[in-house]
Design a protein around this ligand. Sequence first.
Ligand SMILES: C[S@@+](CC[C@H](N)C(=O)[O-])C[C@H]1O[C@@H](n2cnc3c(N)ncnc32)[C@H](O)[C@@H]1O
Length: 225
Amino acid sequence: MPSAISGTTLYGDNPAAPGRSEFGHSVLDLPTGRIELAQPSDALEQIYEHERATDGTEPPYWALAWPSGVELATAVAGTELGGARVLELGCGLALPSLAAAQGGARVLATDNASGALRFAAHNALRNGIRLDVAHCDWSDPWSAVAGAPWDLVLAADVLYNHESLPALAALLPRLVRGTGEIWIADQDRPPAHAFLQGCARWASVDTSATAHSEVSIHRLRPVPA
Ligand SMILES: C[S@@+](CC[C@H](N)C(=O)[O-])C[C@H]1O[C@@H](n2cnc3c(N)ncnc32)[C@H](O)[C@@H]1O
């Protein structure tokens, strides 16, 4: 995957003080308020090390705030979501979830990486944002399905090459009904086109550009059968 480059509105990625190097900090200013984000300061090194090891498991992609997450958080913050029930899949550091909850939505942020859930919960706490977090693997998505139908499902940078793409494709239509929507932010990853073509069998797909030249947001709305 291309490396994560901070979005235009994410800044201040300072390492923590010497001897306390486990956290880096960033700040994102949104219409809903400021989000101060803690993240592992050695995330990129961990990802590169892991990719070199090629042991079959996924590198800790959750540990970076990817441009798609920043752009999706920005789009979410510009939308009236008061009282809406929102689910995020593959949340990583969960910027879109934090923005939705800051805007008054009731949000469940999910990922299959326990580190992601720890940081999402920590960042909610340090920003005074109410956020629920739960483990959810797309191959065994009980926590996401149990809460369905959702008003809005969010996912940022999940359409890269990984073995769970078919499970994710099968899961999405189970999560929304009627007026529910799914917003997927994508940085032009190779599998995205075919994935969205598959979604067009059950949903309309509207795509819009973002401030980041490579990131688009695809809005899926189920069409009546
Ligand atoms: C590229 S990262 C994007 C993280 C975050 N959404 C962002 O944009 O900053 C992909 C995320 O998908 C999660 N993920 C990958 N495979 C998954 C699976 N099978 N079930 C649930 N989450 C998964 C990873 O743990 C990671 O957090």
